[in-house]
Design a protein around this ligand. Structure first.
Ligand SMILES: O=CC(=O)O
Length: 354
């Protein structure tokens, strides 16, 4: 099938003169081998091609992830691996790759798909792509928040399907940011960038919680550190920005939703795993909270039959927070540069400390 074909790409254009071709092939065989699990955006691909540092094979599709069985086969003996967040990098995969594998580079800021313990045990260095996506994610979070709180999806649906009768005094009313309290669960670069964008909407107060206060970051947005309980109680808008870890797994559950105001809006652009989705469904369908905007779910894609899709007060996006052309190209370039630096034994631009 054309889409699923595996491409073997030379590090330099192959010459058609016999001698030169042989030379390139010989050169190829001594260069480090890299496997790329997805057709990555052009900027990264160009850097990889032009580097002449590696020979690489690529799963030549962006529509269908490489099937696990093929992935296990294709990584055999590689020195470097470039993956995206759909690939689970665990002991089985690392064993399949074997001892040559020295560098893993993920084109994502999140790394919950990587078994860090297994990577560390094998001395494999890990690159990831923070910072380059902060603006795009913050922008999308604001868009999702407004779409949810001002009921934009419901409103366009009504307009298109004949629900638009006379102008009505309380029809499709939502909640506004002016004079509100915005809570951030997990304050990092993205949380700060979201708050910076929301401040001009005349937010009254920013509050946040995290494992510990982060005064340097909080100062930039004049945010107050509070407990998780207080965050739930005080927030008119609660935006989840934390990484998915064993500590944050399903941290947004019925206990949290029960403490929230029935006028509050819940937004998640981090990872679906931080939310207990049954509890969220209950909170939304019983009016315990006013609405939810989710860019991430468990599983992804969320089956179209999922109960959350039946709720008018739940806006669900298909994990697109970083999806702008410039950001995805920047992520692919950073992922490739991390990989190439790692394979040269140099510090990566963005390397995870294991
Ligand atoms: O979710 C997106 C990422 O981790 O980059």
């Amino acid at each position: 099938m054309a889409l699923r074909r595996l491409q073997r790409l030379a590090v330099a254009p192959l010459s058609f003169t016999g001698g030169a071709t042989t030379q390139v092939l010989r050169e190829m065989s001594t260069l480090p081998r890299v496997y790329v699990t997805r057709q990555i955006p052009p900027e990264g691909l160009r850097i990889l091609r032009d580097s002449r540092q590696v020979q690489f094979e690529l799963w030549d599709s962006d529509d269908v992830p490489v099937p696990r069985k093929e992935l296990l086969q294709n990584v055999k003996g590689v020195d470097g691996l470039l993956c995206v967040l759909t690939e689970k990098i665990d002991a089985e995969l690392l064993d399949a790759a074997g001892p040559n594998l020295k560098v893993l580079s993920t084109m994502s800021v999140g790394f919950d798909h990587l078994s860090l313990e297994e990577l560390k045990k094998r001395g494999i260095r890990v690159g990831y792509t923070p910072e380059v996506l902060t603006d795009a994610v913050a922008e999308l979070t604001v868009a999702l928040l407004l779409a949810t709180s001002r009921r934009l999806i419901e409103a366009t649906h009504e307009a298109k399907t004949g629900g638009w009768g006379t102008w009505r005094t309380l029809w499709l009313c939502g909640y506004e940011l002016a004079n509100s309290t915005v809570g951030i669960l997990g304050l990092g670069r993205i949380g700060v960038a979201i708050a910076e964008r929301l401040a001009p909407f005349k937010v009254k107060k920013f509050i946040y919680t995290d494992v510990a206060p982060r005064p340097e970051l909080a100062k930039a947005i004049n945010a107050e550190y509070v407990s998780l309980d207080e965050l739930a109680k005080q927030s008119d808008f609660l935006s989840v920005c934390c990484a998915l870890t064993p500590e944050t797994n399903e941290i947004c559950n019925k206990d949290l939703f029960a403490k929230m105001k029935n006028t509050s809006i819940f937004i998640n652009t981090s990872r679906g795993g931080v939310v207990n989705q049954e509890d969220l469904y209950e909170a939304l369908s019983t009016g315990q909270i006013a609405g939810a905007g989710l860019d991430v779910t468990v599983p992804e894609p969320l089956p179209t039959s999922h109960p959350l899709f039946t709720l008018k007060n739940c806006v669900i996006l298909p994990h697109i927070a970083s999806a702008s052309y410039s950001t995805r190209n920047a992520m692919s370039a950073l992922a490739v540069n991390n990989l190439l630096l790692g394979l040269r034994g140099q510090p990566m631009i963005k390397e995870l400390k294991l």
